[in-house]
Design a protein around this ligand. Structure first.
Ligand code: DON
Length: 304
């Protein structure tokens, strides 16, 4: 169990790295964020959350939402129905690349690149009457914070700059791997990405990943085996092209978002969320990765 003083020390140790990365600006609403933010929250196996820095400030969770979408799909579908439509392999390409989708006949490499997440959003659209509402219900329940909500400005800004995601979805549709209306699914997908949550909210919401699929409130969301499989996919594909570097430095299954958040877990031990908006060349939080690296090294904990 890390002490609060340790988290505070790590934040101060890493703070000099601020200024070395670049805030995502391909979605104009995301570029508005204050680049100097830095926070960490840890939820331990007894359900207690501690944090340091800007850990209570909500931010745009972006692709971290892909973990919630896949979890929801695992709750709704048989395994084959999901894995016949999306793969389990690292992509080796940027998160929003079209190249592989064309070469591999509409089958995305994994559920955490945009193509894969769009297929998962398509699956949710097919089975849920009100997917945005259900997503919010799940995330509020998991974080035990009913103030968690969508950022309509970010969602609208993404929708106005959706050419690349729309192209990916239409390309998959041309191969028969997309069933619903593309704009309807994009609308849901951008809302999931626009969820605003703090490090504290996210470390609590992701507790199930460290707890064999059981939430803080004791609800078994997915089976222990599904949870282990989900963590395996996070370890291999959760940080895009930076997954190898992240495994080497941090040694935890994790998921990043272009808002600068990263969640990571040590099964049986803790769920963590860090946030700092400036990104490295792979699109992962630069200072956030350094905070996680220092934490895992100081505690001597990793899944490896
Ligand atoms: O699809 C997009 O462009 C974003 N809403 C999500 C991107 C994201 O966070 C990818 N991550 N690192």
């Amino acid at each position: 169990m890390p002490e609060l003083a340790l988290l505070e020390e790590i934040v101060e140790k890493v703070r000099p790295l601020l200024g070395q990365g670049k805030v995502a600006d391909y979605i104009p609403a995301l570029a508005q964020v204050d680049a100097n933010k830095l926070g960490i929250a840890v939820t331990t196996s007894d359900g207690v959350t501690i944090g340091a820095g800007d850990y209570l400030e909500p931010f745009s969770i972006q692709s971290i939402s892909k973990v919630f979408s896949l979890t929801l799909a695992l709750m709704l579908y048989e395994e084959d129905e999901i894995w016949s439509r999306v793969g389990k392999e690292p992509s080796g390409h940027s998160f929003n690349s079209l190249v592989q989708v064309e070469l591999e006949k509409g089958l995305p490499r994994n559920p955490f690149i945009n193509a894969g997440a769009l297929v998962i959003a398509d699956l949710l659209q097919s089975r849920l009457g009100a997917p945005k509402h259900r997503m919010l219900e799940i995330v509020r329940g998991l974080s035990e914070n009913h103030r968690v909500g969508y950022d309509k400005v970010v969602a609208a800004s993404e929708y106005q700059h959706s050419a690349r995601n729309a192209a990916i979805a239409y390309l998959m549709k041309s191969f028969g791997n997309f069933n619903n209306d593309v704009n309807t699914v994009l609308h849901s997908y951008f809302h999931y990405c626009s969820l605003r949550m703090s490090c504290a909210d996210l470390s609590r919401a992701m507790f199930y990943l460290a707890n064999s699929g059981k939430s803080l409130a004791g609800k078994q969301l997915i089976s222990p085996v599904q949870n282990r499989q989900l963590n395996a996919l996070l370890a291999t594909s959760g940080l895009y092209d930076g997954a190898g570097e992240f495994a080497y430095r941090v040694g935890m299954p994790g998921k990043s978002g272009v808002g600068g958040g990263i969640i990571a877990v040590i099964p049986g031990d803790m769920s963590v969320c860090v946030w700092s908006p400036e990104l490295d060349a792979n699109g992962n939080s630069l200072a956030g990765t350094a905070v996680l690296e220092t934490l895992s090294q100081t505690l001597g904990r990793s899944i490896f």
